[in-house]
Design a protein around this ligand. Structure first.
Ligand SMILES: NC(=O)c1ccc[n+]([C@@H]2O[C@H](COP(=O)([O-])OP(=O)(O)OC[C@H]3O[C@@H](n4cnc5c(N)ncnc54)[C@H](OP(=O)(O)O)[C@@H]3O)[C@@H](O)[C@H]2O)c1
Length: 346
């Protein structure tokens, strides 16, 4: 990458992940925000939507532009912070210009199998012909495939917290691919900016709700696809999400079986080897809390074997808005362009 500023556009900048990304990009020494887009509020000053950015953006990006206005531009990188379905549609002009790197924070390009996408998202895939070229941007696992990629599917938040520990353990045969149970909890920002009946403060505060129980959550398909790759065969698992009354953060408690002859010490050694030298993954001696990674791009994890059996318990935490979304998206941009992974994130 020549030593010029990287021109960046954000589709759907009014949402939570867009807001987070703007903050990270303003600290990135090589990135320059070229435009921010909004369909519902074009022409509105971004500092009016998010006052923390008042007077901090260059004059040409102070006011958001509409999708129609930005789709003829050719920035170096476009982040799509739109809902699934709309995201693929709006990213299309940038994919076709032959230059722009598209980093999609939605689920549109994460699953390789369009049938699995249709099952999980209840509509047919808007652009199945692009699935072959998309790269699943779980940086610490698939980093080698991301460098030079033009279309990067940023992983889901829950999948990031679950796949980071499970992928190496399954790939290296330390943990059995069968019988995995993931019990995950998320703060309310995971549901996006628009409050719903369940995410409204009055309903979410002082209350915990299980949702997408067992086999229903959309992220389960993503976790299964990735972990099946690690196992070298199709696996199945149970995944249950919980909404808890906090602003941000995900904690996943994962129950699995150690493979024959394997121990918790070998599991820990496998994770330490995988993440040795990693800028953002830490293997802990004690159980991590979501507060330890709040506002950061880190994933912390610990493995534990309860007495008297072959069960292994893994606790993993991330910030859903950073490592689970905008931070990992920026890390993907850095990797794709051959920049240090930590730029804008350290
Ligand atoms: N929140 C998280 O923790 C998280 C984590 C990982 C991945 N993600 C994914 O990242 C994407 C953005 O999430 P978010 O939390 O930032 O969502 P959000 O807060 O709901 O923001 C999405 C933005 O997209 C625009 N939009 C909504 N519906 C649209 C439509 N039908 N067509 C075009 N634009 C539309 C809206 O902006 P305008 O109306 O102003 O255009 C909205 O502000 C989603 O795909 C989400 O699944 C979120």
């Amino acid at each position: 990458m020549p030593n010029t500023q990287i021109q960046v556009g954000i589709l759907g900048a009014t949402g939570f992940t867009g807001c987070e990304l703007v903050g990270l990009l303003l600290r990135h020494p090589r990135a320059e925000i070229a435009w921010l887009s909004s369909e519902s509020q074009p022409g509105t000053a971004y500092g009016k939507v998010y006052p923390q950015y008042l007077g901090r953006l260059p004059p040409q990006v102070e006011k958001m532009r509409s999708f129609e206005d930005v789709k003829a531009t050719v920035p170096d990188v476009v982040f799509s912070c739109l809902p699934h379905g709309a995201s693929a549609e709006c990213a299309a002009p940038f994919l076709m210009n032959g230059k722009t790197i598209v980093i999609d924070l939605s689920a549109d390009f994460r699953l390789k199998d369009p049938k699995a996408y249709a099952e999980a998202y209840a509509h047919t895939h808007p652009m199945p012909e692009r699935l072959k070229e998309s790269r699943y941007g779980l940086c610490e696992v698939h980093g080698g495939e991301i460098k030079g990629a033009r279309l990067i599917a940023n992983p889901g938040c829950y999948p990031t917290s679950a796949i980071l520990p499970l992928y190496p353990l399954i790939r290296d045969g330390v943990v059995s691919p069968d019988g995995i149970i993931i019990d995950a909890k998320s703060g309310v920002s995971g549901a996006g900016k628009k409050p719903t009946e369940t995410t409204h403060y009055v309903m979410a505060n002082e209350s915990v709700t299980a949702y997408g129980v067992g086999d229903k959550h959309r992220h389960r398909w993503e976790i299964i696809e990735q972990l099946s790759l690690a196992a070298g065969r199709k696996l199945d698992l149970l995944f249950t999400a919980h909404l808890i009354p906090m602003e941000r953060g995900i904690l996943s408690t994962i129950y699995c079986d150690l493979a024959d002859g394997k121990t918790a010490a070998l599991a820990e050694a496998c994770l330490r080897k995988q993440y040795e030298g990693s800028d953002f993954v830490r293997i802990r001696e004690d159980f991590p809390r979501t507060g330890d990674v709040k506002h950061s791009n880190f994933c912390h994890m610990k493995v534990y074997q309860p007495a008297g059996g072959r069960k292994l318990i893994i606790v993993s935490v991330i910030d859903n808005m950073v490592k689970g979304a905008s931070g990992q998206a920026l890390q993907n941009m850095n990797i794709a362009l051959g920049l240090p992974e930590t730029l804008g994130l350290a």
